[in-house]
Design a protein around this ligand. Structure first.
Ligand SMILES: Cc1cc2nc3c(=O)[nH]c(=O)nc-3n(C[C@H](O)[C@H](O)[C@H](O)COP(=O)(O)OP(=O)(O)OC[C@H]3O[C@@H](n4cnc5c(N)ncnc54)[C@H](O)[C@@H]3O)c2cc1C
Length: 423
């Protein structure tokens, strides 16, 4: 970085997938072509990490443990900001079907891309692939200053000239608009005094990569069990024909702890039993990681001069793989209102514009969080009426093409409140 520069038009704290995508959207000439009044903002992206795109060649049998099921609207947004093409060159895994069933009952439902008249339902992508592509775009941008290895310590004030930040190194930076994309434990959010509602799901998630003996058929497999949901997400088949899946297995904390303590062979046999051997034998297990799941939602996403995006604004249960998709839609919506103001020669940091962003996103995020909460409670319940409801409910929806299509279209990001940059 140019060490003398401490004033910017926009500071984004957090160069994760969401913060980087927002910065990329504000660097793309194609998004404001033909508008002579448009002036690029001078943007800083700050992160405690190194903000370097990955250089190493990907190993065909080794995958990043953190993956996301990207919806079609996330794909479109990533295309428009110039990252999708780079992601495809590295590796993405399309999936065309999704099979969801009650692991403790008889209900089941199947979703197929053909029902939506789409080539795929979405893509399973390693987070590191998405992140790396976005950072490659940012490294080419003239109007972005990347500030790696700097962690925000506090927000000094939010006065007339806008927010001023102090880094742990003592560096101070200011801009009329500050965007917090610094994740679930956002330092900017707490420093600025945003109120947050949060509650534990009483679930921990185990994530790892497994190799299966049968083909995953480019299908996302999800079993809802009383102890928690278990997902097998299909990864690219290697040139030598081996099938790998990324798994997310939610369990109550004591059970997750017990499963984490098992050796690979014992873990593989419990996992195979839990997925009812639908993908044959579990041949190998990569290193396992375990995360506690919490749901958080900021009461407001904006205050004068500051906006929250992505996990800094909301975290949801990863059972439907919607977390990063909601964050990318936040980035698309906020970029949309900033670009619109810039094209009119208007003040892009005006509070009324930030409120417009909040109006666009809060309802959509709350709807998705409510749906996840409903599913979580429905499947976690031991009550007989609820168990009957979920068995008959899944089967009924499976046989009701219109309801099923509507559900699928919303979950896959084909319909609903989709920001313009992601349409
Ligand atoms: C087990 C698990 C499975 C998941 N599976 C899915 C899935 O299948 N699909 C899906 O869509 N989502 C999934 N999610 C959620 C998804 O990973 C998150 O929603 C997503 O990573 C959020 O992106 P973000 O950019 O908002 O935040 P983050 O990825 O957390 O990025 C925040 C960035 O801010 C930086 N930072 C933090 N604090 C500071 C500071 N003080 N100063 C400077 N920089 C800072 C960090 O270094 C980081 O780079 C899953 C989550 C978990 C835990």
């Amino acid at each position: 970085m140019n060490n003398t520069q401490t004033e910017f038009d926009l500071i984004i704290v957090g160069g994760g997938m969401v913060g980087s995508a927002l910065a990329c959207a504000l660097t793309q000439d194609s998004l404001h072509e033909g508008n002579a009044r448009y002036k690029h903002l001078n943007i800083a992206v700050i992160d405690g990490g190194d903000l370097q795109p990955a250089q190493a060649t990907l190993s065909p049998h080794k995958f990043d443990p953190r993956v996301s099921a990207l919806t079609l609207s996330s794909q479109r947004f990533l295309q428009r900001v110039g990252a999708w093409q780079l992601m495809q060159q590295r590796r993405v895994s399309p999936y065309r079907e999704m099979r969801v069933w009650d692991g403790d009952g008889t209900g089941q439902i199947e979703f197929n891309a053909d029902d939506l008249k789409q080539p795929v339902l979405g893509h399973i992508v390693e987070n590191s692939v998405t992140q790396s592509a976005l950072l490659s775009v940012l490294h080419q941008a003239d109007n972005v200053t990347l500030i790696p290895g700097e962690r925000v310590q506090s927000l000094l004030d939010n006065g007339e000239r806008g927010p001023r930040l102090r880094m742990e190194s003592g560096l101070e930076l200011e801009a009329p608009l500050l965007v917090a994309a610094d994740g679930a434990n956002s330092q900017v959010r707490s420093s600025a005094g945003f109120a947050v509602r949060e509650w534990d799901y009483l679930h921990h998630g185990i994530v790892t990569t497994v190799e299966t003996s049968n083909s995953h058929q480019y299908t996302a497999w999800q079993s809802f069990r009383e102890s928690g949901p278990l997902a097998f997400l299909p990864l690219p088949v290697s040139d030598d024909g081996r099938n790998f899946c990324s798994i997310v297995w939610s369990n109550v904390p004591e059970e997750a702890e017990r499963l984490m303590a098992l050796d690979d062979q014992a873990f593989a046999s419990e996992l195979q039993r839990a997925i009812e051997s639908r993908l044959g034998d579990i041949l190998s297990i990569d290193q396992r990681y375990c995360f506690p799941f919490r749901q958080r939602h900021a009461v407001d996403y904006v205050m004068p001069g500051i906006a929250l995006v992505g996990d800094a604004a909301h975290t949801i249960h990863p059972l439907a793989g919607q977390g990063v998709n909601l964050g990318l839609m936040d980035a698309a919506a906020l970029a949309g209102v900033i670009l619109e103001a810039q094209s009119r020669g208007d003040d892009y940091s005006r509070f009324a514009l930030l409120q417009k962003y909040q109006r666009q996103r809060k309802g959509a995020n709350l709807t998705m969080m409510g749906a996840m909460e409903f599913f979580e409670r429905l499947f976690h319940s031991q009550s007989l009426p609820l168990r009957l409801l979920r068995n008959s409910g899944l089967n009924l929806v499976d046989k009701a093409p219109l309801v099923k299509r509507e559900l699928m279209a919303r979950a896959m990001g084909v319909e609903g409140d989709i920001p313009e940059l992601a349409r």
